[in-house]
Design a protein around this ligand. Sequence first.
Ligand code: F6P
Length: 754
Amino acid sequence: MRLSLRFIIPLFLALGAIAYAVVPLVDKLTVQWFERDLDIRATLIANTVQEPLRNAIRAGNRSSLEPFFLRLTQDERLFAVGYCPVGGGEPVATPSLPSEIRCTDLARFSGEEGHVLQSPDGPLLVSVRPVDVEGAPAGMLVLVHDLSFVARRSAETRKYLFYFFVGLGATIALITVAIAQLSWRGWVQGLRALLRGEGLVRPDSFAAPELRPIARDLRALISDLEAEHRSRDDEQLAWTPDTLRAILQSELRGQEVIVVSNREPYIHVRAGDSVELWRPASGLVTALEPIMRACSGTWIAHGSGSADRDVVDVHDRVGVPPAHPAYQLRRVWLTTEQEAGYYYGFANEGLWPLCHIAHVRPTFRTADWEQYVAVNRKFAAATIDEAKSPDPIVLVHDYHFALLPRMIQEALPAATIIAFWHIPWPNPEAFGICPWREALLDGMLGSSILGFHTRFHCNNFVDTVDRLLEARVDREMFTVSYRGNVTAVKRYPISIECPPPAELVAKGVEQCRAEVRRRHGLPADHAIGVGVDRLDYTKGIEERLRAVERLLEMHPEWAGRFTFIQIAAPTRGRIGQYQEYEARVRAMAARINDRFAAAQHSPIALLVEHHQPDEIYEYYRAADLCMVTSLHDGMNLVSKEFVASRDDERGVLILSRFTGAARELPEALIVNPYDTDECATALHLALSMPLGEQRARIRLMRGLLQDFNVYRWAGRMLIDAAAMRRRGRLLERAAAAERTRPAVRARGGGGRRR
Ligand code: F6P
């Protein structure tokens, strides 16, 4: 209605202005036409009365003229008639002839057209015509027409014109309102499709054909804006904590950020009477912790440490890092049953092997699933509890919380939810064996943005949705529309802090080399390789040890001159498959060391224990090579950490082709971990690689990590979230306009604010 008024009021004003200008003009023209007609009529009458008039003049019978004139004035329009003889004789006229008309000054009434005289009887048209007898001028005939009927007709014309314009305006307004009503819904739907980016791809999907011509312009505009962002993203920004803070302030107006993950960044562990602080062996924590230090906000995670409860406040919060708190850690407590079912059971015996396809059969139990749902609910409640605003930015991490995005979205529909899946996503056939596949997908599609490390995993996810859900998949924009929501599926390759934090590289490389060799009883020139992993069957630790054995078979000259140090952080120890795996790895290391016992130094040093980040960096910097042989890995940050740690530009990275990192670090020696000979050859190549080649390879990889560090990973997600919020606001405005229209509202629906 408001839209119609906005149109109709100007329409009436315009029509009023037209009427104001046109009516007097028409009036004037009408009067002129009538006057001209009457004057012509006067000529006609003068011609008609010439003969009887001449006869009367010739006969000198002037007395007959007055009755004759009176008969003429019976015509209602002829008001008066008079005759003025030449030479000033007595005039003859009807009594109605106005006194202003005198025979002595007839000159003022002569002329081609009549003269209008305003008399007390109203407006009169005076026409004067000559009369001649036998060719000689005999006098002047004066014909006076009543003009008052012209005024009457003019008033009538004005009245008709007024009604005409009113009618015209009303008709146009009615047609306009009808068209606007009919097309508004189409416009709104089209605009919403545009804003969601749907109509941009297939212009035929517009509900309103009128929008089609502008689709190309909008496409260009949006791609310009995105290009602008990309160029800022890719070329202009140096990605540091400050950059991230600036993005939060400018693009997201200081909006609060809430991170949810299972693993907490700091674990308080009881050690006798004191409390120790542990940093978990987790790629997720490695990546997210610097982000949180930069952005502040709240990190919600499972409080799993034996002393975790001792250090939190009444709200289960503790400021971290403990030395200089930069953000809040909110701990969520789980019962033993919940941890068993949700974490060990569904997440790590079900989803973990399902997504990694590393030859360990997934186990799905209904009881585990129920705990998984319950714990997701618990974390959703904690998130809602922590949210200070109705529209926070919530970053949900990993396969522990597939259901969380939907739960949060239902409680906080204005929140922007970014879910990041840190592990691979399998193909639809593999994922399809999960009994709760639809529920998991539905939960994930509650997010605004869903991130994976690689394009390959994005493709797998979109294929899975296409196969298993009644959803609309847009492969051009890479979005999924499901239950009225649109989720953008995007690739964000995770990374690390690069350059690394100063305290991790404070110890010089030579010192690291010397100390590590001394610790392991190795001579100064002894070659060292390192592997750093959680003791997980997806990491290919058995394959790696087998490659070391094969190296010594193929190149026996390395026996006693090379030791591979495998740091294996204990993990998920309650799961049978992990216990078996640890036993197999220990046995294999022992067997290989036995086999080469004759050599002065053992080929393998297996350290199954937790190490702090500074200790791990010391090993990275001490090593001649680092070997990553994951059988399947979303990204693998160990490979990136090793490269980043080598500011001396030495050392060789051997990297499994089945990691996300292999796509970004092609200068590594890329291997298939299932091919033992290839891995052994790579070990030999690495150990023999000239320093110049080592430098060239490491330099390229370090350059990439400096450009694509973890701040950029997080920054790109936040920039995308900000763009999505801007689009959401636009959509809100369109929806608000739509809400003012009851008919449209009745059939409304569609997208929600993201
Ligand atoms: O790779 C998936 C992941 O969640 C990583 O993000 C992290 O490095 C690792 O698993 C940690 O596993 P957990 O928390 O079970 O020890």
